[in-house]
Design a protein around this ligand. Structure first.
Ligand code: HEC
Length: 191
């Protein structure tokens, strides 16, 4: 019974045989791609962090301590640490593999979108810069976590406010560098 069907698909069996051999080779834990860490760890946890801080937003984009509870401070610290760890994971990737073959990144296929191969080429030009920017995010998140553990709204408010800029500075460098000029122009108009 075990062999039933196998002979029906000799070619597929052959392919499956090859790939299972390949899969056996790395006995280490599966190495996540950059894209997987960015999407499932950096972005997910940062979004959850913003959910907490947005609920306590005060005038001038600060955090109103009266709207925070022990639990929400703790949540903020934990989310910041989760992003910090993900950023450090990115910072220590060597080589940096953006995505597995065939995987489409977020804006691929949209007008003005980018492919994983384009991002990969950009990162290959200067992987150290990517690591530096990942370390900057890790430090920023470490500072948010420290402030959150002290329930220090005055320190955490501005850091949360600046967070988007920390993300964007890396995106403009490696994800959509073609939009750098446009962004500079728009920012210039606001100052
Ligand atoms: C060290 C550089 C770097 C930092 C810092 C960074 N990103 Fe990214 N991010 C990238 C690159 C490169 C891409 C494009 C590749 C991709 O989509 O996976 C990307 C893609 C994304 C995407 C699209 C994911 C998809 O579906 O393809 C989201 C969402 C995102 N980042 C959110 C964030 C947020 C939120 C932060 C800050 C908390 C952040 N990123 C910080 C480099 C960075």
């Amino acid at each position: 019974m075990k062999t039933t069907g196998l002979w029906l698909l000799p070619a597929l069996a052959l392919v499956a045989g090859c790939s299972s051999q390949e899969e056996e080779k790395p006995a280490q834990p599966v190495q996540l791609t950059f894209h997987e860490v960015m999407k499932d760890q950096v972005d997910k946890n940062a979004d959850e962090l913003w959910d907490v801080s947005n609920a306590a937003i005060a005038d001038m984009a600060g955090i109103d301590p009266a709207k925070m509870t022990d639990a929400s401070w703790e949540q903020l610290a934990e989310k910041a640490e989760a992003v910090q760890h993900a950023a450090l994971e990115i910072a220590t990737m060597d080589p940096v593999v953006v995505a597995k073959p065939g995987v489409k990144i977020g804006d691929e296929g949209l007008i003005g979108g980018h492919t994983a191969a384009e991002v990969q080429a950009k990162i290959n030009e200067d992987p150290e810069k990517l690591r530096d920017l990942a370390h900057t995010l890790a430090r920023h998140m470490g500072d948010i976590a420290t402030g959150a553990r002290k329930h220090d709204a005055a320190a955490v408010g501005p850091l949360v406010d600046q967070l988007d800029g920390v993300c964007e500075s890396c995106h403009l460098e490696f994800w959509y560098p073609d939009q750098k000029e446009e962004v500079d122009r728009i920012l210039g108009q606001h100052t």
